[in-house]
Design a protein around this ligand. Structure first.
Ligand code: IMP
Length: 429
Protein backbone atom coordinates (compact mmCIF):
# COMPACT_ATOMS: atom_id res chain seq x y z
CA UNK A 1 0.00 0.00 0.00
CA UNK A 2 2.81 2.46 0.88
CA UNK A 3 4.36 1.99 -2.59
CA UNK A 4 0.96 2.48 -4.18
CA UNK A 5 0.24 5.70 -2.25
CA UNK A 6 3.69 7.29 -2.29
CA UNK A 7 3.54 8.86 -5.81
CA UNK A 8 0.04 10.22 -5.15
CA UNK A 9 1.05 12.64 -2.40
CA UNK A 10 -0.86 13.74 0.70
CA UNK A 11 -4.27 14.78 -0.69
CA UNK A 12 -5.79 12.09 -2.86
CA UNK A 13 -9.17 11.77 -4.59
CA UNK A 14 -10.96 8.58 -5.61
CA UNK A 15 -13.35 8.93 -8.56
CA UNK A 16 -15.74 6.47 -10.22
CA UNK A 17 -15.01 6.22 -13.95
CA UNK A 18 -18.17 4.52 -15.25
CA UNK A 19 -21.76 4.87 -13.97
CA UNK A 20 -21.19 4.19 -10.30
CA UNK A 21 -20.96 1.06 -8.18
CA UNK A 22 -17.40 0.37 -9.33
CA UNK A 23 -16.44 -0.66 -5.80
CA UNK A 24 -14.85 2.59 -4.60
CA UNK A 25 -15.57 1.79 -0.95
CA UNK A 26 -13.14 -1.10 -0.81
CA UNK A 27 -10.05 0.83 -1.91
CA UNK A 28 -11.07 3.81 0.20
CA UNK A 29 -11.41 1.51 3.17
CA UNK A 30 -8.01 -0.07 2.51
CA UNK A 31 -6.43 3.39 2.08
CA UNK A 32 -8.09 5.02 5.09
CA UNK A 33 -5.62 3.69 7.60
CA UNK A 34 -3.06 5.93 5.87
CA UNK A 35 -5.13 9.14 6.00
CA UNK A 36 -6.21 11.50 8.77
CA UNK A 37 -9.35 12.87 7.07
CA UNK A 38 -11.83 11.16 4.73
CA UNK A 39 -14.13 13.60 2.94
CA UNK A 40 -17.34 13.45 0.92
CA UNK A 41 -17.77 16.49 -1.32
CA UNK A 42 -20.96 15.79 -3.29
CA UNK A 43 -24.15 13.73 -3.38
CA UNK A 44 -26.04 12.32 -0.46
CA UNK A 45 -27.64 9.09 0.67
CA UNK A 46 -28.07 8.09 -2.99
CA UNK A 47 -24.57 6.64 -2.80
CA UNK A 48 -24.09 3.20 -1.35
CA UNK A 49 -20.67 1.90 -0.45
CA UNK A 50 -20.58 -1.71 0.65
CA UNK A 51 -17.54 -3.00 2.50
CA UNK A 52 -16.82 -6.54 3.64
CA UNK A 53 -14.40 -6.90 6.50
CA UNK A 54 -13.73 -10.13 8.35
CA UNK A 55 -17.00 -11.54 7.12
CA UNK A 56 -19.06 -8.51 8.24
CA UNK A 57 -20.94 -6.39 5.72
CA UNK A 58 -21.12 -2.61 6.16
CA UNK A 59 -23.22 -0.31 3.97
CA UNK A 60 -22.37 3.40 4.02
CA UNK A 61 -24.60 5.94 2.32
CA UNK A 62 -23.69 9.47 3.24
CA UNK A 63 -20.95 8.50 5.62
CA UNK A 64 -17.38 8.42 4.37
CA UNK A 65 -16.68 4.68 4.46
CA UNK A 66 -13.21 5.26 5.89
CA UNK A 67 -14.81 5.69 9.32
CA UNK A 68 -14.33 1.97 9.94
CA UNK A 69 -10.81 2.94 10.99
CA UNK A 70 -10.76 4.14 14.59
CA UNK A 71 -8.69 7.32 14.19
CA UNK A 72 -9.96 8.85 10.97
CA UNK A 73 -12.14 11.96 10.86
CA UNK A 74 -15.03 11.95 8.40
CA UNK A 75 -15.95 15.21 6.69
CA UNK A 76 -19.30 15.76 4.95
CA UNK A 77 -18.72 18.86 2.83
CA UNK A 78 -20.79 21.85 1.77
CA UNK A 79 -21.42 20.28 -1.64
CA UNK A 80 -23.31 17.32 -0.19
CA UNK A 81 -27.01 17.08 0.63
CA UNK A 82 -27.70 15.73 4.10
CA UNK A 83 -30.77 13.74 5.04
CA UNK A 84 -30.61 14.18 8.82
CA UNK A 85 -33.02 11.35 9.63
CA UNK A 86 -31.11 8.90 7.44
CA UNK A 87 -27.84 10.15 8.86
CA UNK A 88 -28.80 9.49 12.46
CA UNK A 89 -30.15 6.08 11.42
CA UNK A 90 -26.80 5.36 9.72
CA UNK A 91 -24.83 6.46 12.80
CA UNK A 92 -26.94 4.24 15.03
CA UNK A 93 -26.62 1.20 12.77
CA UNK A 94 -22.84 1.65 12.63
CA UNK A 95 -22.73 2.02 16.42
CA UNK A 96 -24.69 -1.22 16.70
CA UNK A 97 -22.07 -3.05 14.63
CA UNK A 98 -19.52 -2.10 17.26
CA UNK A 99 -17.66 0.73 15.49
CA UNK A 100 -16.48 2.98 18.27
CA UNK A 101 -16.42 6.67 18.89
CA UNK A 102 -18.25 7.64 15.71
CA UNK A 103 -19.95 10.89 16.65
CA UNK A 104 -16.84 12.87 17.68
CA UNK A 105 -15.27 11.84 14.36
CA UNK A 106 -18.07 13.14 12.12
CA UNK A 107 -17.86 16.75 10.91
CA UNK A 108 -20.73 18.05 8.80
CA UNK A 109 -20.53 21.35 6.95
CA UNK A 110 -22.81 24.11 8.21
CA UNK A 111 -23.39 24.91 4.53
CA UNK A 112 -24.53 21.48 3.36
CA UNK A 113 -28.19 21.50 2.30
CA UNK A 114 -30.81 19.50 4.17
CA UNK A 115 -32.91 16.82 2.50
CA UNK A 116 -36.49 16.80 3.85
CA UNK A 117 -39.14 14.13 3.45
CA UNK A 118 -40.92 16.40 0.97
CA UNK A 119 -37.88 16.27 -1.32
CA UNK A 120 -38.37 12.51 -1.59
CA UNK A 121 -42.08 13.02 -2.28
CA UNK A 122 -41.19 15.47 -5.07
CA UNK A 123 -38.51 13.10 -6.46
CA UNK A 124 -41.04 10.25 -6.74
CA UNK A 125 -43.74 12.55 -8.14
CA UNK A 126 -41.48 14.02 -10.85
CA UNK A 127 -40.35 10.54 -11.86
CA UNK A 128 -43.99 9.42 -12.06
CA UNK A 129 -44.84 12.36 -14.31
CA UNK A 130 -41.95 11.56 -16.66
CA UNK A 131 -43.43 8.12 -17.38
CA UNK A 132 -41.18 6.09 -19.69
CA UNK A 133 -38.73 9.00 -19.86
CA UNK A 134 -37.97 8.72 -16.15
CA UNK A 135 -34.36 9.03 -14.95
CA UNK A 136 -34.62 6.06 -12.61
CA UNK A 137 -33.43 8.09 -9.60
CA UNK A 138 -32.84 6.54 -6.20
CA UNK A 139 -35.87 8.55 -4.96
CA UNK A 140 -33.76 9.86 -2.07
CA UNK A 141 -34.74 13.47 -2.78
CA UNK A 142 -31.32 14.34 -4.20
CA UNK A 143 -32.40 16.25 -7.35
CA UNK A 144 -35.16 18.28 -5.62
CA UNK A 145 -32.77 19.27 -2.80
CA UNK A 146 -30.13 20.49 -5.27
CA UNK A 147 -32.94 22.21 -7.16
CA UNK A 148 -33.86 24.18 -4.00
CA UNK A 149 -30.17 24.97 -3.48
CA UNK A 150 -29.67 26.38 -6.97
CA UNK A 151 -32.99 28.26 -6.77
CA UNK A 152 -31.71 29.85 -3.55
CA UNK A 153 -34.51 28.71 -1.31
CA UNK A 154 -32.62 25.72 0.15
CA UNK A 155 -32.40 25.06 3.88
CA UNK A 156 -28.87 24.49 5.10
CA UNK A 157 -27.51 22.67 8.13
CA UNK A 158 -26.74 26.04 9.76
CA UNK A 159 -30.49 26.74 9.80
CA UNK A 160 -30.86 23.99 12.40
CA UNK A 161 -29.22 26.34 14.89
CA UNK A 162 -32.16 28.78 14.86
CA UNK A 163 -35.47 27.05 15.57
CA UNK A 164 -37.69 30.00 14.61
CA UNK A 165 -35.91 30.62 11.33
CA UNK A 166 -35.97 26.90 10.57
CA UNK A 167 -39.73 26.77 11.09
CA UNK A 168 -40.27 29.81 8.91
CA UNK A 169 -38.19 28.33 6.07
CA UNK A 170 -39.81 24.88 6.25
CA UNK A 171 -43.30 26.38 6.13
CA UNK A 172 -42.39 28.69 3.22
CA UNK A 173 -40.83 25.85 1.19
CA UNK A 174 -43.65 23.41 1.80
CA UNK A 175 -46.16 26.09 0.73
CA UNK A 176 -44.12 26.78 -2.41
CA UNK A 177 -43.90 23.11 -3.41
CA UNK A 178 -47.53 22.37 -2.55
CA UNK A 179 -48.61 25.27 -4.75
CA UNK A 180 -46.32 24.61 -7.71
CA UNK A 181 -46.73 20.83 -7.81
CA UNK A 182 -50.21 20.40 -6.36
CA UNK A 183 -48.87 18.34 -3.45
CA UNK A 184 -50.41 17.95 -0.05
CA UNK A 185 -47.37 17.98 2.23
CA UNK A 186 -48.01 18.83 5.90
CA UNK A 187 -45.50 21.54 6.93
CA UNK A 188 -45.93 20.99 10.67
CA UNK A 189 -45.21 17.28 10.24
CA UNK A 190 -42.05 18.06 8.24
CA UNK A 191 -40.93 20.52 10.89
CA UNK A 192 -41.53 18.05 13.73
CA UNK A 193 -39.60 15.32 11.88
CA UNK A 194 -36.55 17.52 11.52
CA UNK A 195 -36.87 18.67 15.14
CA UNK A 196 -36.77 15.03 16.26
CA UNK A 197 -33.12 14.74 15.13
CA UNK A 198 -31.99 18.36 15.47
CA UNK A 199 -30.31 17.95 18.85
CA UNK A 200 -28.35 14.95 17.65
CA UNK A 201 -27.16 16.66 14.46
CA UNK A 202 -26.18 20.01 15.98
CA UNK A 203 -22.99 18.84 17.72
CA UNK A 204 -21.72 17.39 14.43
CA UNK A 205 -21.88 20.71 12.55
CA UNK A 206 -18.87 22.88 11.84
CA UNK A 207 -17.25 25.03 9.15
CA UNK A 208 -15.51 22.14 7.40
CA UNK A 209 -13.63 24.52 5.06
CA UNK A 210 -11.71 25.95 8.02
CA UNK A 211 -11.15 22.44 9.39
CA UNK A 212 -9.58 21.34 6.10
CA UNK A 213 -7.52 24.51 5.70
CA UNK A 214 -6.01 23.80 9.10
CA UNK A 215 -5.46 20.15 8.14
CA UNK A 216 -3.72 21.26 4.96
CA UNK A 217 -1.53 23.73 6.85
CA UNK A 218 -0.58 21.02 9.37
CA UNK A 219 0.44 18.60 6.60
CA UNK A 220 -2.33 16.10 7.41
CA UNK A 221 -3.24 13.42 4.87
CA UNK A 222 -6.64 13.97 3.26
CA UNK A 223 -8.62 11.47 1.21
CA UNK A 224 -11.54 12.55 -1.00
CA UNK A 225 -14.04 9.75 -1.37
CA UNK A 226 -15.99 10.19 -4.61
CA UNK A 227 -19.63 9.21 -4.91
CA UNK A 228 -21.40 8.00 -8.08
CA UNK A 229 -19.11 8.42 -11.11
CA UNK A 230 -17.89 10.65 -13.91
CA UNK A 231 -20.63 9.54 -16.33
CA UNK A 232 -23.31 10.50 -13.79
CA UNK A 233 -21.87 14.03 -13.41
CA UNK A 234 -24.48 16.76 -13.98
CA UNK A 235 -22.21 18.48 -16.57
CA UNK A 236 -20.03 15.72 -17.98
CA UNK A 237 -22.30 12.69 -17.72
CA UNK A 238 -25.01 11.31 -19.97
CA UNK A 239 -27.42 14.20 -19.29
CA UNK A 240 -30.30 14.10 -18.38
CA UNK A 241 -29.67 10.57 -17.06
CA UNK A 242 -27.30 11.79 -14.38
CA UNK A 243 -27.27 12.76 -10.75
CA UNK A 244 -27.60 16.41 -9.71
CA UNK A 245 -24.06 17.34 -8.67
CA UNK A 246 -20.50 17.52 -9.99
CA UNK A 247 -19.27 14.09 -9.00
CA UNK A 248 -16.14 14.28 -11.17
CA UNK A 249 -12.85 15.69 -9.84
CA UNK A 250 -13.91 19.36 -10.05
CA UNK A 251 -16.54 18.70 -7.37
CA UNK A 252 -13.83 18.08 -4.78
CA UNK A 253 -12.77 21.73 -4.88
CA UNK A 254 -16.23 23.27 -4.87
CA UNK A 255 -17.85 20.68 -2.61
CA UNK A 256 -15.34 21.15 0.18
CA UNK A 257 -13.87 24.60 -0.41
CA UNK A 258 -10.56 22.81 -0.95
CA UNK A 259 -7.98 24.46 -3.24
CA UNK A 260 -7.94 22.51 -6.52
CA UNK A 261 -4.18 22.98 -6.86
CA UNK A 262 -3.61 21.16 -3.58
CA UNK A 263 -5.17 17.89 -4.74
CA UNK A 264 -1.99 15.89 -5.22
CA UNK A 265 -3.28 12.66 -6.76
CA UNK A 266 -6.38 11.15 -8.35
CA UNK A 267 -7.28 7.48 -8.57
CA UNK A 268 -10.03 6.26 -10.89
CA UNK A 269 -12.06 3.16 -10.06
CA UNK A 270 -13.17 1.00 -12.99
CA UNK A 271 -15.00 -2.30 -12.81
CA UNK A 272 -13.56 -5.04 -15.05
CA UNK A 273 -16.93 -4.93 -16.88
CA UNK A 274 -19.60 -2.20 -16.86
CA UNK A 275 -22.80 -1.73 -14.88
CA UNK A 276 -25.44 0.95 -14.66
CA UNK A 277 -28.60 1.43 -12.58
CA UNK A 278 -31.41 3.66 -13.73
CA UNK A 279 -32.16 4.75 -17.28
CA UNK A 280 -29.87 6.20 -19.93
CA UNK A 281 -27.45 5.18 -22.67
CA UNK A 282 -25.22 2.16 -22.14
CA UNK A 283 -23.46 1.26 -25.41
CA UNK A 284 -21.94 -2.08 -24.26
CA UNK A 285 -25.03 -3.37 -22.41
CA UNK A 286 -25.67 -7.12 -22.63
CA UNK A 287 -29.39 -7.81 -22.85
CA UNK A 288 -28.89 -11.57 -22.85
CA UNK A 289 -28.07 -14.53 -20.64
CA UNK A 290 -24.45 -13.40 -20.29
CA UNK A 291 -25.65 -10.07 -18.86
CA UNK A 292 -27.75 -11.98 -16.35
CA UNK A 293 -24.87 -14.30 -15.49
CA UNK A 294 -22.61 -11.30 -14.83
CA UNK A 295 -25.29 -9.78 -12.58
CA UNK A 296 -25.52 -12.99 -10.58
CA UNK A 297 -21.75 -13.59 -10.40
CA UNK A 298 -20.98 -9.98 -9.46
CA UNK A 299 -23.93 -9.56 -7.05
CA UNK A 300 -24.99 -6.58 -9.14
CA UNK A 301 -27.91 -5.23 -7.14
CA UNK A 302 -28.02 -1.63 -5.87
CA UNK A 303 -26.65 -1.10 -2.35
CA UNK A 304 -29.25 1.63 -1.70
CA UNK A 305 -32.31 0.57 -3.69
CA UNK A 306 -31.69 -3.17 -4.25
CA UNK A 307 -32.46 -2.63 -7.97
CA UNK A 308 -30.85 -5.08 -10.42
CA UNK A 309 -27.98 -3.36 -12.22
CA UNK A 310 -27.73 -3.43 -16.01
CA UNK A 311 -24.53 -5.26 -17.02
CA UNK A 312 -22.25 -5.15 -20.08
CA UNK A 313 -18.72 -5.40 -21.46
CA UNK A 314 -15.87 -3.15 -20.38
CA UNK A 315 -16.05 0.07 -22.36
CA UNK A 316 -12.60 1.60 -22.92
CA UNK A 317 -14.12 4.75 -24.48
CA UNK A 318 -16.01 5.46 -21.25
CA UNK A 319 -13.05 4.89 -18.96
CA UNK A 320 -10.60 6.74 -21.24
CA UNK A 321 -12.87 9.80 -21.10
CA UNK A 322 -12.82 9.67 -17.32
CA UNK A 323 -9.03 9.38 -17.32
CA UNK A 324 -8.67 12.40 -19.59
CA UNK A 325 -11.42 14.69 -18.22
CA UNK A 326 -10.42 14.14 -14.59
CA UNK A 327 -6.66 13.94 -15.05
CA UNK A 328 -6.44 10.56 -13.32
CA UNK A 329 -3.02 9.29 -12.23
CA UNK A 330 -3.90 5.61 -12.05
CA UNK A 331 -6.74 3.09 -12.00
CA UNK A 332 -7.97 0.50 -9.56
CA UNK A 333 -9.60 -2.23 -11.66
CA UNK A 334 -12.21 -3.99 -9.52
CA UNK A 335 -14.00 -7.34 -9.62
CA UNK A 336 -11.63 -9.03 -12.07
CA UNK A 337 -12.51 -12.33 -10.33
CA UNK A 338 -16.13 -12.04 -11.55
CA UNK A 339 -14.97 -12.64 -15.14
CA UNK A 340 -13.49 -16.09 -14.37
CA UNK A 341 -15.13 -18.82 -16.44
CA UNK A 342 -16.25 -16.65 -19.39
CA UNK A 343 -14.55 -18.17 -22.48
CA UNK A 344 -14.17 -14.92 -24.44
CA UNK A 345 -14.23 -11.32 -23.24
CA UNK A 346 -15.15 -8.37 -25.40
CA UNK A 347 -13.89 -4.83 -24.83
CA UNK A 348 -15.31 -1.76 -26.60
CA UNK A 349 -12.53 0.27 -28.20
CA UNK A 350 -14.24 2.80 -30.46
CA UNK A 351 -17.61 4.42 -31.29
CA UNK A 352 -18.75 5.24 -34.81
CA UNK A 353 -21.69 7.47 -35.66
CA UNK A 354 -22.60 7.72 -39.35
CA UNK A 355 -19.16 6.32 -40.17
CA UNK A 356 -17.30 8.97 -38.12
CA UNK A 357 -15.48 8.23 -34.87
CA UNK A 358 -16.99 9.98 -31.85
CA UNK A 359 -15.11 10.19 -28.59
CA UNK A 360 -17.85 10.36 -25.93
CA UNK A 361 -21.13 8.59 -25.20
CA UNK A 362 -23.85 10.30 -27.27
CA UNK A 363 -26.67 11.74 -25.20
CA UNK A 364 -29.59 11.69 -27.61
CA UNK A 365 -31.76 8.61 -28.08
CA UNK A 366 -31.47 8.88 -31.87
CA UNK A 367 -27.67 8.90 -31.83
CA UNK A 368 -27.57 5.98 -29.42
CA UNK A 369 -29.83 3.93 -31.65
CA UNK A 370 -27.44 4.48 -34.58
CA UNK A 371 -24.23 4.12 -32.59
CA UNK A 372 -21.85 1.39 -33.77
CA UNK A 373 -19.48 0.03 -31.16
CA UNK A 374 -16.20 -1.61 -32.22
CA UNK A 375 -14.92 -4.40 -29.99
CA UNK A 376 -11.84 -6.52 -29.59
CA UNK A 377 -12.17 -10.07 -28.26
CA UNK A 378 -9.75 -11.42 -25.68
CA UNK A 379 -9.42 -14.98 -24.37
CA UNK A 380 -10.88 -15.58 -20.90
CA UNK A 381 -9.60 -17.75 -18.03
CA UNK A 382 -11.10 -20.49 -15.88
CA UNK A 383 -9.16 -20.12 -12.64
CA UNK A 384 -10.58 -18.70 -9.41
CA UNK A 385 -8.60 -15.52 -8.67
CA UNK A 386 -9.45 -15.11 -5.01
CA UNK A 387 -6.49 -15.17 -2.65
CA UNK A 388 -3.99 -14.16 -5.33
CA UNK A 389 -1.65 -11.48 -3.98
CA UNK A 390 0.81 -10.93 -6.78
CA UNK A 391 0.14 -9.80 -10.34
CA UNK A 392 2.54 -12.41 -11.71
CA UNK A 393 0.43 -15.19 -10.13
CA UNK A 394 -2.68 -14.26 -12.16
CA UNK A 395 -3.45 -16.53 -15.12
CA UNK A 396 -1.75 -15.33 -18.28
CA UNK A 397 -5.04 -14.36 -19.95
CA UNK A 398 -6.11 -12.32 -16.92
CA UNK A 399 -2.79 -10.46 -17.00
CA UNK A 400 -3.12 -9.76 -20.68
CA UNK A 401 -6.73 -8.54 -20.14
CA UNK A 402 -5.35 -6.00 -17.62
CA UNK A 403 -2.42 -4.86 -19.76
CA UNK A 404 -4.64 -4.53 -22.85
CA UNK A 405 -7.13 -2.38 -20.90
CA UNK A 406 -4.44 -0.07 -19.61
CA UNK A 407 -3.16 0.57 -23.12
CA UNK A 408 -6.70 1.33 -24.34
CA UNK A 409 -7.57 3.67 -21.48
CA UNK A 410 -4.10 5.27 -21.50
CA UNK A 411 -3.62 5.02 -17.75
CA UNK A 412 -1.72 2.56 -15.55
CA UNK A 413 -3.81 0.01 -13.64
CA UNK A 414 -2.00 -0.02 -10.32
CA UNK A 415 -4.47 -1.92 -8.14
CA UNK A 416 -6.70 -4.90 -8.99
CA UNK A 417 -9.62 -6.27 -6.97
CA UNK A 418 -9.88 -10.08 -6.98
CA UNK A 419 -12.44 -10.79 -4.23
CA UNK A 420 -14.85 -9.33 -1.70
CA UNK A 421 -12.64 -8.91 1.35
CA UNK A 422 -10.44 -5.95 2.27
CA UNK A 423 -7.38 -8.17 1.67
CA UNK A 424 -8.34 -9.20 -1.89
CA UNK A 425 -6.38 -6.45 -3.63
CA UNK A 426 -3.31 -6.80 -5.80
CA UNK A 427 -1.00 -3.77 -6.03
CA UNK A 428 1.38 -3.20 -8.93
CA UNK A 429 4.35 -0.84 -8.85
P1 IMP B 1 -30.32 10.41 -8.11
O1 IMP B 1 -28.89 10.66 -7.78
O2 IMP B 1 -31.07 9.65 -7.05
O3 IMP B 1 -31.04 11.66 -8.51
O4 IMP B 1 -30.36 9.47 -9.40
C1 IMP B 1 -29.91 9.92 -10.67
C2 IMP B 1 -29.20 8.79 -11.42
O5 IMP B 1 -27.97 8.48 -10.76
C3 IMP B 1 -29.98 7.47 -11.49
O6 IMP B 1 -29.68 6.83 -12.71
C4 IMP B 1 -29.40 6.66 -10.35
O7 IMP B 1 -29.57 5.28 -10.53
C5 IMP B 1 -27.96 7.10 -10.43
N1 IMP B 1 -27.25 6.94 -9.15
C6 IMP B 1 -27.32 7.74 -8.07
N2 IMP B 1 -26.51 7.28 -7.09
C7 IMP B 1 -25.90 6.18 -7.57
C8 IMP B 1 -24.91 5.29 -7.04
O8 IMP B 1 -24.41 5.41 -5.93
N3 IMP B 1 -24.55 4.27 -7.86
C9 IMP B 1 -25.03 4.12 -9.12
N4 IMP B 1 -25.94 4.94 -9.65
C10 IMP B 1 -26.36 5.96 -8.88
Amino acid sequence: MQNFLQPLGLNVGVIGTQWGDEGKGKLVDAMSAHFDYICRSTGGANAGHTIYNEGKKYVFRLFPSGLLHPDTIGVIGNGTVVDPIDLIFEIKSLEETGIENIRPRVKISLHAHLVFEYHKTIDAELERRKGDKKIGTTCRGIGPTYNDKISRRGIRCEDLLDKELLKEKVFANVKFHNETLGLNVDAEEEFQKIMSVRDEIKPLLTDTRILLQEALRDGKRILFEGAQAHHLDIDHGTYPFVTSSNVSSGGIATGLGFPARKITGLIGIAKAYTTRVGSGPFPTELNDQLGEDLRAAGGEFGAVTGRPRRCGWFDAVVVRNSVEFNGLDCINLTKLDVLSGIPELKVATKYLLDGQEIRTVPTTRKANQKLEVEYITLPGWEEDLSGIKDFTDLPENARSYVTTLEKLIRCPIRAIGVGMDRQDLIFRD
